[in-house]
Design a protein around this ligand. Structure first.
Ligand SMILES: NC(=O)C1=CN([C@@H]2O[C@H](COP(=O)(O)OP(=O)(O)OC[C@H]3O[C@@H](n4cnc5c(N)ncnc54)[C@H](O)[C@@H]3O)[C@@H](O)[C@H]2O)C=CC1
Ligand SMILES: O=C(O)C1=N[C@H](C(=O)O)C[C@H](O)C1
Length: 251
């Protein structure tokens, strides 16, 4: 039985995971952390992470970037591995994640779905065919109107995947409104759309002369992320310090 602390337990993802784990004989949420204490989850909820004294094997995090520093300090101090799913982290926070991973196991992934993690692998091959042939690369993501960060963590991760395969040759461009010049070949444009209840859509476009190749992933419910997060939690419990990602879980 894997004992989970759910960080951000009263948010949208926290609630989906609470429902999923309730039906899982091999996992249990033993405590939740959330500044909003407005639900009866059937486990204790702490509004201040420092006050959480419940023994656990792993923390699953879907909260807010502002909460990540205290979360990392807690996981290092208590030596509890953390599945870090919150997006929109600053460069300083990303450096702190790396530093803390020398002391505790951290699995960081901007998207827990099997589809996106497979797409990341496929994009490396696609980029190595289309980039040398001069195709322009653009990413468009769409999310619900409650999302605070833009572009999505997934859009950045997809771009990073392409850029890694191409030796870092691309510069990301988020806004073309302030310049009057043609697109450079080494630009990778990333655009964000926000509206309604869109769960999450990501399109990667390779545009060449007279042909366009598009890779598209659509999440139809938050369950795809929740399932991946619970799988990741089971994988990470008991692992030694280090940086892990969903590729380690999926294999
Ligand atoms: N990696 C992935 O697959 C996915 C990542 N996400 C990311 O997860 C995060 C949360 O997403 P949602 O559940 O949709 O957001 P949400 O806003 O519905 O839930 C966030 C929860 O965190 C709580 N919270 C905020 N500040 C806090 C603090 N300082 N300490 C403790 N709790 C705090 C809020 O009260 C809220 O209940 C976002 O960054 C989102 O981008 C969302 C879906 C999938
Ligand atoms: O906020 C969301 O909802 C999501 N956030 C993640 C991101 O920023 O990439 C993952 C998913 O697309 C849903």
């Amino acid at each position: 039985m894997v004992r989970i602390i759910m960080h951000g337990c009263n948010g949208k993802m926290g609630q989906v995971i609470t429902g999923l784990v309730a039906d899982d004989p091999n996992a249990q949420i033993v405590a939740g952390i959330d500044i909003a204490d407005n639900r009866d989850n059937g486990y204790p909820v702490f509004t201040d992470i420092k006050k959480c004294d419940v023994a656990a094997d792993v923390i699953v995090d879907f909260a807010a970037a502002v909460a990540v520093d205290a979360l990392l300090d807690y996981s290092v101090e208590k030596q509890i591995p953390v599945v870090l799913c919150t997006t929109g982290l600053s460069d300083e926070q990303l450096a702190k994640v790396k530093e803390c991973s020398a002391k505790v196991a951290i699995l960081k992934s901007a998207n827990m779905s099997l589809g996106i993690n497979t797409l990341m692998k496929l994009l490396k091959d696609a980029a190595n065919v289309f980039a040398p042939a001069g195709y322009d690369i653009e990413i468009v993501e769409k999310h619900h109107n409650q999302k605070v960060d833009a572009p999505s963590g997934t859009a950045i991760a997809l771009a990073d995947s392409i850029n890694e395969a191409r030796g870092g040759e691309y510069e990301y461009v988020y806004d073309r409104s302030q310049v009057r010049k043609k697109r450079d070949k080494k630009e990778l444009g990333i655009s964000a759309v926000r509206g309604g209840t869109i769960v999450g859509e990501h399109e990667v476009i390779f545009a060449g002369i007279d042909e366009v190749i598009e890779f598209k992933h659509t999440a139809y419910s938050k369950s795809v992320f929740a399932k991946g997060a619970v799988e990741a939690a089971k994988f990470l419990a008991g692992k030694p310090a280090g940086m892990y990602d969903m590729a380690d879980v999926i294999g």
